[in-house]
Design a protein around this ligand. Sequence first.
Ligand SMILES: [Zn+2]
Length: 78
Amino acid sequence: MRLRFGPYAGSSTEVLLLRAPDYAAWTMSHNPNGRLARAFAALAAAFDARAIRAPCTCGAPAAEARAYRNSTELILLW
Ligand SMILES: [Zn+2]
């Protein structure tokens, strides 16, 4: 879904969820039943459902990862 209005007009929900998570969270909390909030929620659920394919630094399959705002790096926990 691509936004047609506001400060993020022209941006896709996929990019915004990753690059402007505060905006996505604000949208979901202020108008949770709105079309945009439902699109963000569905994307977040789809991202969360994806398996982690990189191994832990110990070589075992990773089961959990942590992401940080404004960073594309993941820290694998175990
Ligand atoms: Zn490990």
